[in-house]
Design a protein around this ligand. Structure first.
Ligand code: UT7
Length: 427
């Protein structure tokens, strides 16, 4: 015979090793109890835990962005620096991409992420122990197992929080934001840190001018918390154009390259810039207008557009199609280049710090990346646009110039050995 609350007790016992799992049960129970009378459904104690969970899922709250912070490496690599070892020029890079500079990190992607996440938590007025979930959105991983999110969780002091890596290349932050918002809205977690980070300088092919001039390092993070007022991600469209999957591939990283004598970090990039350019414009334009329509809003209602920053010409084409004047568009591409998963959150943080986001503002975030994955999100800002606090976490001082660091990485790469070890061949 079932005792009152017996199912919950059994579930709590099963989850006893994780304080977060227990906390989730508590949240589900309290919310279910609160809503059960209004719904005229059986009380939670009389139904199975899974049914309770399903009932809870019907009460959609919102996942508001309550904290934000970035961690940009201080070392700047200019177009002139690139010209010292590549057959390229400031004129070519500027006219074709809009880029002038990018950052090269002297610390690991985990360290960048930890500082960005600590700043985002301080901004939200929260402690690391409040965090239930860390999402590490990136394609820069130091190891495959254990995952990078668990390293950030540990460095942050977010003891026991769930830790998830998410790799959809340049759209990883947008996918992560969508996934974490869903988990908050369904009551699975209450506080999530979503990170967009990239450390491409460690595995870019520095001998290939087609790619070496385009990318940079950086990180930013946001904090998500439940809210009863409409805020956070209110519309999202995600997809993947696999016909162009082969147009962006990094050879040399991954299990398929094991046992072939390839030095870790020595890569060869398949990169068809023009194909990516065209498909990116189509995907971002179409998904932007579809997500606006899905939310019943127009471009005029959007205050700020935060696009992925792969190329200024791509951004201008998408903004024009979406009917968005350029003064509504956040641009970082000139100073940071393409930071893949970090581009959108870094641009968001800069928009907030510049006072471009106001309480209740509507934001359009759109991006694309290897896969070719794409994503367009509509975000309603909450009622706070200023930080509640600041973090004392800082990156350690950088003692080398960006060019010195790049030359050190170049010295470990072997452009002539790539075809010999089979890197140029498909796996
Ligand atoms: O976020 C996901 C990754 N991002 C992207 O994939 C970006 C999407 N693609 C693009 O942004 C552009 O296609 C690029 C910036 C990559 C290239 O611009 P483009 O206007 O499409 O140039 P292109 O590919 O038509 O190349 C024009 C010429 C070529 O020379 P030839 O064959 O005409 O003699 C290239 O070899 O420019 C040459 N080139 C360069 N010249 C100087 C390519 N890279 C460079 C360089 N410096 N760094």
């Amino acid at each position: 015979m079932r005792t009152k609350g017996g199912n919950f007790e059994r579930w709590r016992l099963r989850a006893r090793h994780s304080r977060h799992a227990v906390r989730t049960v508590d949240v589900l129970r309290s919310r279910s109890l609160r809503h059960s009378r209004r719904l005229a459904v059986p009380r939670p104690s009389a139904v199975a835990p899974f049914a309770v969970r399903a009932l809870t899922f019907r009460f959609m709250r919102f996942a508001s962005i309550t904290g934000w912070g970035s961690a940009m490496p201080p070392a700047v690599l200019s177009n002139a620096d690139l010209s010292t070892f590549l057959d390229t020029s400031d004129e070519w890079i500027t006219t074709r991409t809009g880029m002038k500079e990018r950052r090269i990190s002297h610390v690991s992607a985990v360290e960048l992420s930890t500082v960005a996440a600590a700043r985002a938590l301080a901004c939200a007025g929260l402690d690391a122990r409040d965090v239930d979930l860390v999402v590490y959105g990136s394609c820069s991983f130091e190891e495959q197992v254990p995952n990078a999110a668990s390293a950030v969780q540990k460095a942050l002091g977010a003891e026991g929080a769930a830790a998830m890596d998410l790799n959809t290349a340049c759209t990883s932050f947008l996918y992560g934001l969508t996934a974490a918002s869903g988990m908050i809205r369904t009551g699975v977690v209450r506080c999530a840190v979503v990170i967009g980070v990239e450390l491409i300088s460690r595995y870019i092919d520095w001998s290939n001018r087609n790619v070496a001039v385009l990318f940079g390092d950086g990180a930013a993070a946001v904090v998500l918390q439940p809210s009863d007022t409409e805020s956070g991600v209110i519309g999202a469209l995600l997809g993947c154009d696999t016909e162009a999957r082969a147009s962006l591939r990094v050879r040399g990283v991954g299990l398929g390259y094991g046992g072939r004598g390839i030095t870790l970090g020595d890569t060869s990039w398949d990169f068809d810039g023009q194909v990516i350019f065209k498909r990116a414009v189509v995907a971002m334009c179409e998904s932007s207008s579809r997500v606006l329509a899905q939310c019943g809003v127009s471009a005029d209602d959007v205050s700020v557009m935060v696009p992925h920053q792969a190329n200024l010409r791509i951004i201008e084409a998408v903004a024009k199609y979406a009917g968005m004047p350029m003064d509504k568009v956040v641009l970082t591409v000139q100073r940071y280049g393409n930071m893949s998963a970090a581009t959108v959150p870094v641009a968001l943080v800069e928009a907030l710090e510049a006072g471009r986001v106001h309480p209740g503002s509507l934001l359009l975030m759109t991006g694309f990346g290897g896969g070719l994955t794409w994503a367009s999100l509509i975000v309603r800002w909450g009622d706070r646009v200023t930080p509640l606090g600041t973090s004392s976490r800082e990156l350690p001082p950088c003692t080398k110039s960006a060019l010195e660091m790049v030359n050190e990485i170049r010295a470990t790469q072997d452009p002539h050995g790539r075809s010999a070890c089979g890197l140029a061949q498909p796996v």
